[in-house]
Design a protein around this ligand. Structure first.
Ligand code: TPP
Ligand code: MG
Length: 332
């Protein structure tokens, strides 16, 4: 495939390696999380983003530190790509007090206001009205910011989806709706729950501009998001991107995957966003074997450090057990 820009420009190479590194960080972080889950270090629910890394990484490139992010329970990748260090994320999954949500949220509830990362939401569709509210606040206070709202194809079945898109379009609120269409909501294929499975058409019917993007291609995601983010930021109205992607792992750690065939999964793995991007970079002579080995080593070191932060982190003292519980202290 021909290189789209001038090859071998150091700045272009750095940018490309950055994208590759960001996706690899997510992949290795989650592989480690899965391993830690099987030995009981991480408990509760764990939903892996493996296979979908190009979506979070590509989209995040178009967002500034001032923009806001709202994600789902499958949000490890978004949090890492947003720049939340891996240590507090791993500690959160351990339930440790040095976790990004002080150990009270776990895998599904990463939250970091300092980085304008507003969840982590376990309830399907719950992030959409929150994103609209954040965008409304920006509008009322005259701030030129984007709220990027990631959600799955399953969320389009929720009333909140329609309500949120309608209000955002009606009031021209600066929301970038990023629908991660991985074809399944738990074990239900989209064609089994939607009479109109063309999600971009749904968004258009609510009055939004909508586009379909190859969510397995980090450059395509980045380009599409960059193209629309500024129009959203300028207040020209919300935008909807359907990012077509696929999760390579089960829905969560408890899922026998009876709803899809192994052949289907293998077909999608051919389009692995990390492997295909690395191949392109090699073809463009932007990535060598030593580069790849160095990248793997750096990421492995980061993950090792993150596990150490989680292992060494403190448990919350028992005395704090009822803190933040909505009962006035002292009442029986
Ligand atoms: C309101 C609500 N209904 C049902 C569930 C149970 N549930 C958890 S994940 C999920 C599937 C969501 O699929 P999708 O939005 O496509 O996201 P994906 O898991 O594919 O990333 C469901 C139905 C829930 N968490 N919240
Ligand atoms: Mg889905």
């Amino acid at each position: 495939m021909p290189f789209p820009c001038l090859p071998n420009l150091p700045v272009e190479r750095d940018r490309m390696l950055h994208l590759l590194r960001e996706m690899l960080r997510i992949r290795r972080f989650e592989e480690k999380a899965a391993e830690l889950y099987t030995v009981g270090k991480i408990r509760g629910f764990l939903h892996l983003y493996i296979g979908e890394e190009a979506v979070a990484v590509g989209a995040m490139q178009a967002l500034t530190a001032d923009d806001a992010i709202v994600a789902t329970y499958r949000e490890h990748g978004h949090a890492l790509a947003r720049g939340i260090p891996a240590g507090p994320l791993m500690a959160e999954m351990y339930g440790k007090a040095n976790g990004v949500s002080r150990g009270r949220g776990g895998s599904m509830h990463f939250f970091d206001v300092s980085r304008r990362f507003y969840g982590g939401h376990a309830i399907v569709g719950a992030g959409l009205p929150i994103a609209v509210g954040l965008a409304l606040a920006d509008r009322l206070q005259g701030r030129a910011r984007v709220t990027a709202c990631f959600f799955g194809d399953g969320a389009v079945a929720e009333g909140e989806f329609h309500e949120s898109l309608n209000l955002a379009a009606l009031w021209k609120l600066p929301v970038l709706f990023l629908c991660e269409n991985n074809l399944y909501a738990m074990g239900t294929a989209i064609a089994r729950h939607q009479a109109q499975p063309d999600l971009a058409r749904k968004a258009e019917s609510a009055g939004l501009c909508a586009e379909v993007v190859d969510g397995m291609d980090v450059l395509a995601v980045e380009a599409a998001t960059r193209r629309v983010a500024d129009t959203v930021r300028l207040g020209l109205g919300p935008h909807f991107l359907e990012l077509q992607t696929y999760r390579f792992r089960a829905h969560s750690m408890y899922d026998p995957e009876l709803y899809r065939t192994k052949e289907e999964v293998e077909q999608w793995k051919i389009r692995d966003p990390i492997a295909t991007f690395a191949t392109r970079l090699r073809e463009w002579r932007l990535l060598s074997d030593p580069d790849w080995a160095a990248l793997e080593a750096t990421v492995a070191g980061e993950i090792e450090d993150a596990v150490r932060v989680a292992e060494e982190g403190p448990w919350e003292p028992v005395a704090d057990l009822t803190r933040d519980v909505y009962t006035p202290s002292g009442t029986p």
